[in-house]
Write a protein that binds this ligand. Structure first.
Ligand SMILES: Nc1nc2c(ncn2[C@@H]2O[C@H](COP(=O)(O)OP(=O)(O)OP(=O)(O)O)[C@@H](O)[C@H]2O)c(=O)[nH]1
Ligand SMILES: [Mg+2]
Length: 426
């Protein structure tokens, strides 16, 4: 089973809570503050495992949660940080935030890692709030919530060479002849339903990865046949190996086939045609092939090299592999990771974000919403007076009081924030 696109939900661990504690010492009625910080919540991390080539592991499990940090302890002891949750993905995995559409990570090299959701910072214990004025603060911070997000994971296989062509032209047979891969081969269309990878070793000890892709037909770029989703896997190949049934076995015209496939590639992504292309004129063992090849060469306008081969007699295969390896040697191994960077976008987003919004409930209550204000709230220990006071100062600092007043709030009006309700007071 091959899976190359999947949506999942990830939630990094919340930070542990900081605590309020005091030293108990003989002769000292009330010792100094001794509440330690909470540990950090676990990150969700993706790591490339080159042994994988499908996202199948994400097919059944769609929710991933990392553990929360341990709460702080007395005697100033820090709670333990939670271990990250590390999930393995194949090379060529792209991760996108569903809400913003932004690419979070593009993972290519073996062992490469990316933090997909950052664990929350541990809350600070009361030691950290001690000042000259308030040497024994009864205040501690709850842990910061871990980042949660819906993500779209997409795989674009990384292969050096991609086999493209109409169905039944012999792509899978070629892969089976030049590598140890054992793809399904048959004389009906769309025998290959998902990509197969094989490692090819040339006679002069060079090697490259060859991807056998499902056959393309007219309209593939719009999703006809197995189309679109597999064209995606051509994107990261450095050389396109275009296989043509030169015997026109099914009564088709080889040159017309060639044109159609290239049009599909172009319509999917025009830069695909700038990529080096090598033509494998297959089925040369069949009687019609010689004449067709001569005609094809006359019609061909592009200066792509043409290699007559037969996967049955193995004629021409050796030369074809040398040509592919030579071409690969000329091109730098540069996978061009996807360029958008999340930092840039987040920055833009935060600039516009005031940190909160005000709406009203049907009963007239004012409702505060927004990522920043909700986070501050979650990090506040609402059972302690001093924490609540600190929270009110933070809200004032963000301009919340001012904004409420502008919306018409008066003393005694109800204000809601998540599951908490308080009275507006100037
Ligand atoms: N005579 C002859 N037949 C061939 C040659 N190469 C492949 N075939 C036959 O062509 C048919 C299709 O081969 P496949 O390798 O399955 O074709 P494909 O391009 O992978 O097809 P899809 O997976 O459907 O896109 C099979 O019956 C093969 O035996 C060849 O060089 N000569
Ligand atoms: Mg096939």
């Amino acid at each position: 089973m091959f899976v190359d696109q999947v949506k999942v939900y990830v939630k990094a661990g919340d930070g542990g809570n900081g605590i309020v504690a005091f030293r108990r010492e003989i002769y000292v009625p009330m010792g100094g503050p001794a509440g330690g910080d909470g540990g950090d919540g676990g990150d969700i991390i993706f790591e490339v495992d080159e042994g994988l080539n499908t996202l199948m592991d994400f097919r059944y499990q769609k929710h991933f949660k990392a553990r929360r940090g341990e709460n702080g302890m007395g005697k100033g002891m820090h709670g333990k940080n939670a271990e990250p949750l590390v999930l393995s993905v194949p090379p060529g995995t792209t991760v996108r935030d569903v809400r913003t559409g932004v690419v979070i990570a593009d993972l290519i090299e073996h062992k490469q890692r990316a933090v997909i959701a950052k664990g929350g910072r541990g809350g600070r214990g009361n030691i950290r709030f001690a000042t000259a004025k308030n040497p024994a603060p009864e205040i501690a911070e709850n842990g910061e919530p871990g980042v949660e997000r819906d993500i779209q994971i997409e795989l674009k296989l990384i292969a050096d060479v991609g086999l493209v062509g109409f169905p039944s032209v012999g792509k899978s047979t070629l892969l089976s002849v030049v590598s140890a891969a054992k793809p399904k081969i048959a004389d009906y269309h769309f025998t290959t339903l998902s990509p197969n990878l094989g490692v090819v070793d040339t006679a002069d000890q060079r090697s490259f990865v060859l991807a056998d892709l499902p056959g393309l037909i007219e309209g593939a770029h719009e999703g006809v046949g197995l189309g679109h989703q597999f064209l995606r896997h051509v994107e990261r190949t450095r050389v396109i190996l275009h296989v043509i049934d030169m015997a026109g076995t099914e009564g088709r015209d080889p040159y017309q086939d060639y044109k159609t496939i290239n049009q599909e590639l172009e319509q999917y992504d025009p830069t695909l045609l700038e990529r080096p292309q090598i033509i494998a004129a297959n089925k040369m063992d069949l009687p019609e092939a010689e004449d067709q090849l001569a005609l094809f060469k006359e019609q061909l306008e592009e200066d792509y090299p043409v290699f007559p081969i037969s996967t049955v007699t193995k004629e021409g295969i050796r030369e074809l592999l040398f040509a592919v390896a030579n071409k690969l040697d000329e091109i730098p191994k540069n996978y061009q990771p996807i360029e958008e960077k999340e930092d840039r976008v987040i920055y833009r987003f935060e600039k516009e974000d005031k940190g909160f919004q005000i709406t009203r409930d049907p009963d007239g209550a004012y409702v505060l919403l927004g990522e920043k204000i909700e986070k501050l709230f979650k990090m506040t220990d609402m059972t302690r007076e001093e924490s609540i006071q600190r929270f009110s100062r933070q809200l004032r600092g963000m301009g919340v009081d001012e904004a409420l007043r502008q919306r018409g709030a008066e003393d005694g009006d109800t204000v809601r924030l998540l599951d908490y309700e308080f009275e507006f007071m100037e």
